[in-house]
Design a binder for this molecule. Structure first.
Ligand code: PA5
Length: 432
């Protein structure tokens, strides 16, 4: 991957950026020496077995799930959901479930408190064979817990208690939480969410790896991409280190008064990577009244809606484009001299090339409109490229959080709604 920050540097004083780059170097030291706030949740930067779990066991389990299931339901929310969905949509396709394949359809549940969302997945499963993976580090999050009960009931009705138990896969804390207890009691096959890895970094742990392996993703390539990227960012000097540059320029623009960072992609397959990125930066940095608000748009679709605001609305944002150099297909605009649709000048050109011109056009228009922008370019839509991209953002986020002066690895604000909800739902111990 490559990062281009020229269109952002033009908006800042060089000396301010240089000083932020020095702060980013210090932030990296704080991260790597595990001396900063939240350091107990930084195991992810060594992408080793402590983080990934036993990858061969994950692949073998995935094979077993593939053999017995037409549908696989992945139950989880937040960090226990977004990484797997982002990777699946990027590496396979947002239309994965509709495409011809030898692997099970994959549906995500438990990320809304929505009766209809659960009922629709049950209806889609119909009489087909299915298995589930319930993922919750705490083991107590209400939305996935409700979904789990409902899918477990359906499994037990269909396969009996014993049969159901062989189709339930649990990913949770190694010893704590209600889900670990249930899993031990019922004898479900289980995987561990590592202690030192927070939800938003957990796609490289069994949380993300099992669902992805079931969907046929080459998880070893994904992990290699992340590992190689992070190992590079750990040691590369600041001038050659895109993660440090990214952390520096976004903090520089924030200190200048920018309030919003927009993740802008040009491929529908990147939409959920934008959702994952929003969680990564929003949950990591949004505390103590600080931080850029992370937003996302999908181009060209959003050029015809949010594009108006970005071009001419309040000048509060910077924009981070994510561009993929090579598409999986090579569609060409066909020749048609008989129909005068004013498009013959594009005949013979690839859609990929036209998309690159959309990026170039938007980059210039938004720059001219006063929006500093950065471009992250990745080579292709492979598992390895996805791994590199998330390695880049994860490392940059840890560094950026320390530059901002907050703990990038906790999420105390998430608990506030839960306490109210528990009280309102009548959970024992949470009454007024
Ligand atoms: O990043 C996080 O820690 C959160 O988004 C959690 O992943 C999310 O709240 C789900 O929590 P749990 O896995 O405990 O159910």
């Amino acid at each position: 991957m490559k990062l281009n920050i020229e269109n952002a540097l033009a908006f800042v004083e060089k000396s301010d950026y240089d000083s932020l780059l020095n702060e980013a170097v210090e932030g990296r030291t704080t991260l790597l020496t595990r001396t900063g706030a939240g350091h107990e949740f930084t195991d992810w930067f060594d992408v080793d077995e402590k983080v990934t779990g036993d990858v061969d066991d994950i692949i073998a389990t995935a094979q077993q799930i593939q053999d017995m299931s037409e549908v696989f339901v992945v139950i989880g929310v937040g960090g226990s959901y977004l990484g797997a969905r982002a990777a699946l949509e990027f590496i396979n396709s947002p239309n994965y479930n509709l495409m011809s394949k030898n692997t099970p359809e994959v549906y995500f549940a438990g990320n809304y408190m929505s009766s209809d969302a659960i009922a629709e997945i049950l209806a889609i499963i119909g009489n087909r064979d299915f298995s589930i993976n319930v993922i919750s580090k705490s083991g107590t999050t209400t939305e996935p817990a409700i979904a789990f009960r409902i899918f477990r009931e359906r499994l037990e009705q269909k396969y009996g208690r014993k049969g159901a138990a062989s189709r339930i896969f649990v990913t949770t804390d190694k010893s704590k939480g209600a889900l670990r207890k249930v899993s031990q009691e019922k004898g479900y096959k289980s995987f561990v969410v590592p202690d030192g890895v927070g939800g938003r970094y957990s796609v490289i742990s069994p949380v993300g790896l099992l669902p992805l392996a079931v969907a046929g993703v080459d998880i070893k390539a994904l992990l290699k991409g992340t590992r190689d990227a992070i190992e590079h960012f750990k040691v590369a000097p600041a001038e050659e280190n895109d993660a440090l540059k990214y952390a520096a320029i976004r903090n520089c623009l924030y200190r200048m008064g920018k309030k919003v960072e927009i993740f802008a992609d040009f491929e529908p397959a990147l939409r959920f990577t934008g959702e994952w990125w929003k969680q990564l930066f929003g949950e990591s940095e949004g505390k103590e009244g600080k931080a850029l608000f992370p937003a996302s748009v999908d181009y060209s679709a959003d050029l015809h809606s949010m594009g108006q605001y970005i071009q001419q609305g309040e000048r509060i944002m910077l924009e981070t484009f994510v561009v993929v150099e090579n598409s999986r297909t090579a569609l060409v605009v066909p020749h048609d001299a008989e129909v005068d649709d004013e498009l013959e000048y594009l005949a013979g050109k690839t859609v990929l090339w036209a998309n690159s011109q959309v990026h170039a056009a938007v980059e210039k228009a938004h720059f001219d409109g006063g929006v500093p922008n950065l471009t992250v370019t990745i080579k292709d839509m492979s598992a390895m490229s996805f791994g590199e991209l998330i390695g880049f953002f994860m490392f940059a986020c840890g560094v950026s959080g320390y530059v901002l002066g907050i703990n990038p690895f906790d999420q105390p604000g998430v608990e506030e709604y839960k306490k109210n909800m528990y009280r309102m739902l009548g959970k024992p111990g949470f009454t007024d």
